[in-house]
Write a protein that binds this ligand. Structure first.
Ligand code: NAI
Ligand code: MG
Length: 362
């Protein structure tokens, strides 16, 4: 195990700054209990105040400053009142994802005891799966353009790009993840009936990868019926692999079925560790509740657990730290205290302290 791991801390905007201290409190408590040495490096950029002062979201040498870090612990970015969302997002988070080749976006979806489920009749255990989203290519490109703009002949073209390299590494990660889980099941999001070139191609890539993982059962679902099944039959899913666009949609829908966006964590991974991976809540900066101290810090805390697990390759002290954080989250969700999004009246800090206390209990 590396000693110490170097963690870049970027809280960002809005409630990112309110949940980050609670995330750090939990990560520190778990690291201390399980003997993991961490060194935190706080960076005061990648937020909209920095943009106001400097006309850009990050310093020119941002990449140099972060290179050598083992992980980036990230709050949320965006303050639409002062900086347009596409400027703040493309100027920070999307640069990390692309330039650090964080090609896996991993989003766990789990229904906890004590959290009201918006789906009727579902119990904890019925919803427990992982969305694995391709995070660097696919439908999200800047390739294309507009012709005959402003005339009746106006046309717009935006290309999708799916590389064999990109599909293979995404599927390999997803199949291996499925293999590591008790159910060993993978579902592929496709649309090979409608998107008749790239999606049949994806199906074939998945078939080839499945042949190399005979112990993993797999199926494929057209994206339209897949969204319906996320709602109607979530117990069918274990690991769900998807292209960038499909994964983006599924990984908001999934957490929505488990009660509140305030719980959903995510990992942006460069599995080969050539670059730092980034761990962040799914939610944004929530300007509507910012400053009140009522944001739910659990998504930030859970993202920290994913970080410790990734740093130690899912083994030994890091896996134990991850599991202890998850157990503490489970207990607090079951017994309280709770933030307003879960019908409670506790503050962000009270939740963070309650979780950290549980983590420290050996
Ligand atoms: P949002 O996730 O910030 O908020 C959506 C709704 O969920 C709001 O009503 C908010 O109060 C609530 N919410 C979010 N997190 C919560 C938490 N931890 N506890 C309790 N309630 C919570 O999404 P929105 O409003 O669309 O975007 C606000 C800003 O955040 C924008 O600038 C957007 O671009 C940015 N954003 C950034 C993301 C990131 O950094 N990865 C992701 C999503 C949005
Ligand atoms: Mg999204």
């Amino acid at each position: 195990m590396k000693n110490p791991f170097h963690i870049a801390v970027l809280a960002g905007d809005g409630i990112g700054r309110e949940v980050m201290p609670e995330g750090l409190r939990a990560v520190r408590a778990a690291a201390e209990r399980f003997g993991i040495a961490l060194e935190f490096h706080t960076f005061d950029w990648a937020h909209c105040d920095y943009y106001a002062a400097h006309g850009q979201m990050m310093p020119d040498d941002w990449k140099q400053q972060l290179t050598g870090m083992d992980a980036i612990y990230f709050g949320a970015v965006g303050w639409p009142a002062t900086v347009a969302d596409h400027v703040s997002l493309w100027g920070s988070l999307l640069k990390f994802r692309r330039e650090f080749d964080q090609y896996i976006n991993l989003r766990p979806v789990r229904l906890f005891e004590g959290v009201p489920c918006p789906l009727a009749g579902k119990q904890p255990g019925d919803i427990d799966y992982l969305v694995v989203r391709e995070n660097t290519e696919g439908e999200y490109t800047a390739l294309g353009g507009v012709m005959f703009e402003g005339t009746e002949r106006e046309i717009v073209i935006q290309e999708s790009v799916h590389s064999r390299h990109g599909a293979e590494r995404l599927l390999k990660y997803a199949f291996e993840l499925a293999r590591s889980r008790p159910r060993k099941h993978l579902s592929l999001a496709t649309k090979s009936n409608g998107i008749a070139i790239s999606m049949p191609w994806w199906d074939r890539q998945a078939e080839a990868m499945a042949a190399r993982h005979p112990d993993v059962a797999w199926d494929k679902h057209h994206i339209d019926i897949l969204t319906a099944r996320f709602v109607l039959q979530p117990e069918r899913f274990d690991v769900v692999a998807a292209t960038n666009l499909f994964g983006d949609i599924l990984s908001d829908l999934g957490p929505a079925t488990t009660g509140t966006i305030g719980l959903a964590p995510s990992a942006n991974l460069n599995p080969e560790r050539r670059f730092p991976s980034l761990f962040e809540p799914v939610h944004g900066s929530a300007p509507d509740i910012c400053g009140q101290g009522i944001a739910n810090p659990i998504a930030m805390v859970w993202s920290g657990a994913l970080m410790l697990d990734f740093l130690t390759r899912g083994q030994g002290a890091g896996r134990a730290a991850h599991d202890a954080i998850l157990a503490a989250i489970e207990t607090v969700l079951r017994e309280g205290p709770r933030t307003a999004d879960l019908g409670g009246a506790a503050s962000t800090t009270e939740i963070g302290q309650a979780i950290a206390r549980r983590i420290a209990q050996a």
